[in-house]
Design a binder for this molecule. Sequence first.
Ligand SMILES: Nc1ncnc2c1ncn2[C@@H]1O[C@H](COP(=O)(O)OP(=O)(O)O)[C@@H](O)[C@H]1O
Ligand SMILES: [Mg+2]
Length: 227
Amino acid sequence: MLSFSNVSAGYGGVPVLKDIGFQVADGEMVAIFGHNGAGKTTLMRCAVGDITEVSGKITWHGETIIPKAVHRNVRLGIGFVPQGHNVFRELTVRRNLTIAGLHHPDVNVEDIYRLFPILKLRGAQMASSLSGGQQQILALGMALMTKPRILLLDEPSTGLAPVIVRDVMDSLVRVNRETSTTVVIVEQNIPATLKIASRAIVLKSGRLVFDGASRELERKEDLWAWF
Ligand SMILES: Nc1ncnc2c1ncn2[C@@H]1O[C@H](COP(=O)(O)OP(=O)(O)O)[C@@H](O)[C@H]1O
Ligand SMILES: [Mg+2]
């Protein structure tokens, strides 16, 4: 379980997150929504410890997430896919995957190929030659090479065509179901994300203003106006 309790965070003395509390159970798929600047990325950075100004308590399976100790936190099984297609463009698809898994000899590129056959098909190609959606799936595969038990994704569908968004969302569902990895996904594409996430959290100006079933959020007409 990932747990945030009374978490506040900011930059240069300016508060961004204010008194955030929520929990994500193992195996869940949770969406995080909010307008630009609401603090979604900051929240993800808190979960991997990639932030200096943070207070409150963040734990993962009972272990405290220590600020500024990203590598140690990642070793606890937290995978983070930051915004943008973070792949080594001038290396092949296969090389991208093997590099990502360097410190995890028990994970095999073939496992990732089985999950995402498109990566096997393109294994010998430069990552730069992949489409945006394929690069996003490669970034996802790279995160999986670290054998995470929870996967945090920051706007994986941004900049992708609608039909490709569906591919990426389907990939996340497959990861969640087939590898029983917990998934937390920050998204701007609310309709596409509500289809795959059973629960949603909404941030507004750094505060948590909704935490409940996706179906309930869909019914809250007034809440949409907040985005
Ligand atoms: N590295 C940073 N230094 C200073 N301010 C930042 C930094 N990163 C984000 N912020 C500020 O924190 C607020 C929340 O940003 P962010 O968490 O990126 O929001 P979101 O991902 O929801 O768009 C914004 O006002 C942003 O300008
Ligand atoms: Mg962001």
